[in-house]
Design a protein around this ligand. Sequence first.
Ligand code: FES
Length: 140
Amino acid sequence: LATSEVDVSQIAEGQVVTVKWRGKPVFVWNRTAKQVEEAAAVDIGQLPDPLARNENLDPDAPATDVNRGAKGKENWLVVVGVCTHLGCVPTSQQGEFGGWLCPCHGSHYDTAGRIRKGPAPENLPVPPFAFEGDTKLTIG
Ligand code: FES
């Protein structure tokens, strides 16, 4: 399927669900205010990968939290769940930065899915997606 639909009304605050899109896992995270705050407080000059890697934005958009989250619905983070090192699936809400920890070689991602520590070179990519109202998310 070229697109995947998710009913986000079933995803509680703080919960991450994994859906399939084009054969890959995609993480959909209903972040808490604290998790958004943590991501927004990071100086992007300190990030290993300063680019947003968000297919909904220009390729040179910076990796601010706003540019990583969903426009106008910043609690939502939608990222492809494939480690940018060698393609393992990272584990949600683990690691030193509260986002994901890749079990293969220890890459740590933050609550905006940005690489913070370890061998992965890039932030987890944000796929094309759109919200319809408050309940429906279409990926792809
Ligand atoms: Fe994730 Fe190597 S594949 S750290």
